[in-house]
Design a protein around this ligand. Structure first.
Ligand SMILES: Nc1ncnc2c1ncn2[C@@H]1O[C@H](COP(=O)(O)OP(=O)(O)OP(=O)(O)O)[C@@H](O)[C@H]1O
Ligand SMILES: [Mg+2]
Length: 255
């Protein structure tokens, strides 16, 4: 059974960092192969993972529009899209990456999107874990390109505004009737001792509060020097904390 973990929150709250740390944890635990999905048009999960991406799904979709009039002989549109989808998948040891890329331009994309959605769902079934890094606005969720999510992690910075944005995204998800099994809340870059007012705001969200990721100087350093976060040492404070959170949240079958 595939477990889908998705990260949501306003811009700059640390979604890509958290996604990379979750992937690092799952990889270390031997829970692979993992499918990482970068669902942010300003994709940068690949950098955080140290993976080179040849082509995004968005580009593939545009290619399809340009070439659909002259498909290779004997090939159906569906087979062609499926083949192209597999070309966008970057495979590495225990970890594959798919970059969604730019959103669709004007025009009717329903046909191609429906085929893509079906094949992404089929593809996801091959992995015990799918980790999705999302864009701040969650537009793709409103276009329903995502189906079921087992664990939705709401991420906020240490600000009232950040945590209220979490509330708005929750409302959006409820309105769209998206299937989300469990919703959790994480605060990034905050002290361990939160103010009582902030705690109240957390309680108001009614989410499973997993805790606080501390400021981690190594993350700053890796970001500045372009080093993949997968290579962070085990004793990095953020790595440790995310490991504890994941152990609480999921059953990996590996202890
Ligand atoms: N715990 C942390 N300690 C130190 N730096 C951090 C931490 N979390 C995130 N950062 C840094 O904060 C910045 C923003 O993080 P990140 O890119 O993960 O956010 P994001 O939510 O994905 O942003 P966007 O909405 O633009 O995609 C990055 O430079 C990252 O290195
Ligand atoms: Mg990001």
């Amino acid at each position: 059974m595939t477990q889908v973990i998705a990260v949501a929150g306003k811009g700059g709250t640390g979604k890509t960092t958290l996604s990379a740390l979750i992937i690092r944890y799952l990889k270390k635990k031997g829970c692979g192969p993992i499918l990482a999905v970068d669902a942010d048009p300003n994709a940068n999960l690949a950098d955080a993972l140290g993976i080179q991406v040849p082509k995004s799904l968005g580009t593939t979709r545009e290619d399809f529009f340009e070439s659909k009039m002259n498909l290779p002989p004997g090939m159906t549109k569906e087979t062609y899209i499926e083949m192209k989808l597999h070309e966008t998948l970057v495979e590495s040891s225990g970890l594959d990456l798919m970059v969604m890329g730019r959103p669709e331009g004007p025009g009717c994309y329903c046909y191609v999107n429906n085929i893509l959605r079906r094949h992404i769902d089929l593809l996801a079934k091959n992995y015990p874990f799918v980790v999705m890094d999302n864009e701040a606005g969650m537009e793709h969720l409103s276009r329903r390109t995502t189906q079921g999510v087992d664990h939705l992690l709401f991420l906020s910075d240490y600000s009232i505004k950040g945590i209220r944005t979490v509330g708005k995204i929750r409302e959006l998800i409820a309105e769209l009737k998206l299937s989300v099994k469990e919703k959790h809340l994480i605060i990034d870059r905050a002290p361990q001792e939160l103010t009582p007012g902030f705690r109240e705001e957390i309680a108001r969200q009614g989410l499973d509060f997993l805790g606080v990721i501390p400021v981690d100087d190594l993350i700053f350093e890796y970001d500045l020097t372009g080093k993949p976060l997968l290579n962070l040492p085990d004793n990095s404070p953020a790595v440790r904390v995310v490991g504890e959170m994941m152990a609480k949240m999921i059953k990996t079958g590996n202890g």
